[in-house]
Design a protein around this ligand. Structure first.
Ligand SMILES: CC(C)(COP(=O)(O)OP(=O)(O)OC[C@H]1O[C@@H](n2cnc3c(N)ncnc32)[C@H](O)[C@@H]1OP(=O)(O)O)[C@@H](O)C(=O)NCCC(=O)NCCS
Length: 246
C-alpha cells in the first residue's frame, strides 16, 4: 500500500515545469538499499551539528549566562577589551564540540545497527527497518526496535533533504505504528535531541505526546569531559504514544 504524498513533486519536461502527484511506497529494507539508507541517515544526523551548536543556544539560557559570566570575569581580571572576542570564540567551541559528539554518535551507530541492518533489524523478531521509495529512489528511512516489556522504539528517522515536506516522514512513522499494533506492542516511544520544529511537528502529527524533557542529556554509556559538558548541552525530548488509547 502506498501513501499519496501531500505535495506536488515538480518534474521538468521540455523546459516546462510539469507537476505530477506521486505515491510514496514504504517497504522493508533490502540489502541493495544499504548505501542509500546509510547516506540518508548520516546526512540527517550531521545536520544536528549546526542545529545543536547554534539553534540550541537560544534554548539554553544557562549556557549563555555561563559564557557571558566567563567573559565578564576575564574582562574584570585583564581590563582589556579583547576579551569580548571570547564570546564568538565560545560559539565556535560549541560548534567544535557538537561536531565531535555527533560524529562519535554517528560512528557508533554505523559500527552497530546501521552497519549491519540485516542482523540488527531484519533478523530480529519485533524489530524492523523500512525505506520510503519515491520516483524509484530511496528517500527516507525509519527503524523500530522492540524493547523489553511491551513498548517498541521508533528511531533512525531521516528523509533525504530534497524530498522533505512531501509527507514521507509521516508515511514512515505511520508504518512503525502499524507494525507496533500488528506485533501486539502497547506503546511506541522515541527520543530526540533535535531543536528544529520538523521532528517535533512530525511526531505530534503522528499522535505522540511529549512525556518528559531532560535538560543536559547525556547519551547513555557516554562519558563527557568537562569541556564537552560546557559546550555540548542538549535537551532530550521523550515522546510516547499509547496504542491502547488510540
Ligand atoms: C524530521 C523529518 C524526518 C521530517 O520529514 P518530512 O518528510 O519532511 O516530514 P513530513 O513531510 O511528513 O511532515 C510531517 C509534519 O512535519 C511538518 N514539518 C516538516 N518539516 C517541517 C519544517 N521544516 N518546519 C515546520 N514543520 C515541518 C510538516 O508540516 C508536517 O506537519 P503538518 O502535517 O501538521 O503540516 C526530516 O525533516 C528529517 O529527516 N530531518 C533530519 C533528521 C531528523 O531530524 N530526524 C529526526 C531525528 S529524531
Amino acid at each position: 500500500m502506498g501513501h499519496q504524498v501531500q505535495k506536488i513533486v515538480g518534474k521538468k519536461s521540455g523546459g516546462v515545469k510539469a507537476q505530477t502527484a506521486e505515491i510514496v511506497q514504504v517497504r522493508e529494507f533490502e540489502p541493495a538499499d544499504a548505501s542509500e539508507v546509510q547516506r540518508i541517515f548520516s546526512e540527517g544526523v550531521l545536520e544536528m551539528v549546526v542545529d545543536t551548536a547554534f539553534r540550541g543556544l537560544k534554548h539554553h539560557p544557562e549556557s549563555l549566562l555561563l559564557y557571558a559570566a566567563a567573559t565578564a570575569i576575564c574582562f574584570t581580571i585583564t581590563m582589556s577589551w579583547w576579551v569580548i572576542g571570547l564570546l564568538p570564540a565560545m560559539v565556535c567551541m560549541r560548534y567544535f564540540y557538537s561536531r565531535c559528539m555527533i560524529h562519535s554518535y554517528l560512528k557508533q551507530a554505523m559500527s552497530t545497527d546501521m552497519g549491519d541492518i540485516e542482523g540488527y533489524y531484519m533478523r530480529s523478531p519485533g524489530s524492523c527497518l523500512w525505506v520510503a521509495v519515491l520516483q524509484g529512489k530511496v528517500v527516507g528511512v525509519v527503524a523500530a526496535s522492540g524493547r523489553l516489556g511491551s513498548s517498541v522504539e521508533l528511531h533512525r528517522m531521516s528523509v533525504d533533504r530534497s524530498f522533505r515536506r512531501y509527507g514521507v516522514g509521516a508515511a514512515l512513522g505511520q508504518k512503525v505504528l502499524e507494525f507496533a499494533a500488528s506485533q501486539g506492542y502497547s506503546s511506541v516511544v522515541l527520543g530526540t535531541t533535535a531543536y528544529t520544529p520538523a521532528a517535533h511537528r512530525l511526531y505530534r502529527r503522528l499522535g505522540f505526546q511529549c512525556v518528559g524533557v531532560t535538560n543536559g542529556y547525556v547519551t547513555p554509556g557516554v562519558k563527557q569531559s568537562f569541556l564537552e559538558q560546557i559546550f555540548y548541552r542538549v535537551r532530550h525530548h521523550h515522546y510516547s504514544l499509547n496504542l491502547q488509547e488510540s
